[in-house]
Ligand binder design. Structure first.
Ligand code: PMP
Length: 354
């Protein structure tokens, strides 16, 4: 740290993203990316002409992408905000609605407390139950604005739209942010509820179900006034937050709903297969509705399992948080990737059994 760094920021503990290894080709199951390429329409949309146009600034309203999202979600463009990944969208939302603090689950997306620290926001947590599920009543009694991922990050456990409605309705004077990064893998989105409630902001990403993690495209849907708040911040910080290629790629991806549905159906099929295979081998896990499983095994520590998989060329995520320190998080990839994971798991279990 230089001696010039703001003393207010000197204590910040940055978010640690999952490893993006360059040294070796791993079966990469550590950051919940899609194993499938983007829609063929995306590949067609990013043309040489589009690339040549990079000399020009991008559209600060990202209208092509906003309109595509509005069309697909059956809402108005004025109810849609887009950002450089949902991380940026969440950052704007934290900054906008953090005055009275935020509350989120004690196990969830690790960036929520980091944003809070960054913006000097008071961040409180509610404890997940012993089965790692989230009790909506605990959120109802919480203070300040509310944030949670649905399905929840790390656990994949899911609240129904009616449970979320009860949280949103409990206090119309606070904002509830529902982070739907993983909603397309079997859950039901609460985007339709944004038409009923002025205090609900739903955040989504193109990084998982739409295979565009590297394009950095995220969005929020909500009441026009909430969206206008986010635009006020964006236009005070980085008006061209989406680059030209990501705008066209994102618009093509969101319109190809058939391709997204095909990819997510396959992930769900493989996830359920993997649940059974790992359960048969003595693993315990939450009943994830996301594109990952959080698993533990009585015969091997989470850290050891992670390391042994890594040595065998399979990269999963060891999170290390106290309550899930014996678990690893495995991204659900293609059927072949999962077969390789199960094969290596069998080898590891045979080794530790000796
Ligand atoms: N929310 C949750 C719950 C996530 O797991 C992630 C990805 N790690 C994000 C948001 C951010 O996704 P992105 O910035 O790629 O849109």
């Amino acid at each position: 740290m230089s001696r010039f760094f703001s003393s207010e920021l000197s204590g910040i503990e940055p978010y640690v993203p999952g490893e993006q290894p360059k040294d070796r080709k791993y079966i990469k199951l550590n950051t919940n990316e899609s194993p499938f390429p983007p829609s063929p329409d995306v590949l067609d949309a990013v043309t040489r002409e589009q690339t040549a146009d990079l000399r020009l600034y991008s559209d600060p309203t990202a209208a092509e992408l906003v309109n595509a999202l509005a069309e697909v979600f059956g809402t108005d463009p004025q109810n849609v905000f887009v950002g450089n990944g949902s991380d940026e969208v969440l950052a704007f939302a934290f900054y906008a609605y953090g005055e009275k603090g935020f509350t989120g689950p004690d196990i969830s997306y690790g960036f929520y407390p980091v944003f809070s620290q960054f913006f000097g926001i008071d961040y409180s947590t509610v404890a997940l139950k012993s089965d790692l599920s989230l009790d909506p009543c605990d959120l109802i009694n919480a203070k300040g604005s509310i944030v949670f991922a649905n399905p929840n990050a790390q656990t994949g456990l899911y609240l129904t739209p009616e449970q979320i409605r009860s949280v949103v309705e409990s206090d119309p004077d606070r904002v509830v942010i529902v982070d739907e990064a993983y909603i397309d893998f079997g859950g039901e989105s609460v985007i339709p509820l944004t038409k009923e409630y002025k205090n609900l902001l739903v955040v989504g990403t193109f990084s998982k179900s739409r295979s565009l993690a590297g394009a950095r495209v995220g969005f929020a849907v909500g009441d026009g006034e909430l969206i206008s708040d986010l635009n006020t911040l964006k236009f005070s910080f980085n008006p061209y937050n989406l680059n030209r290629l990501s705008i066209v790629a994102g618009a093509a991806a969101v319109r190809d709903t058939e391709y997204t549905a095909k990819c997510t159906a396959e992930i769900i099929r493989v996830r359920e297969w993997l649940k059974k295979e790992l359960t048969d081998r003595g693993f315990e896990m939450t009943d994830s509705m996301a594109n990952f499983l959080l698993v533990s095994h009585p015969g091997i520590s989470g850290k050891d399992y992670f390391q042994r998989l890594r040595e065998r060329g399979v990269l999963v995520r060891y999170l290390g948080d106290e309550r899930i320190k014996n678990c690893v998080r495995i991204t659900v990839g293609s059927a072949e990737q999962m077969e390789a994971l199960v094969r290596e798991t069998d080898n590891i279990l045979a080794e530790v059994d000796k």
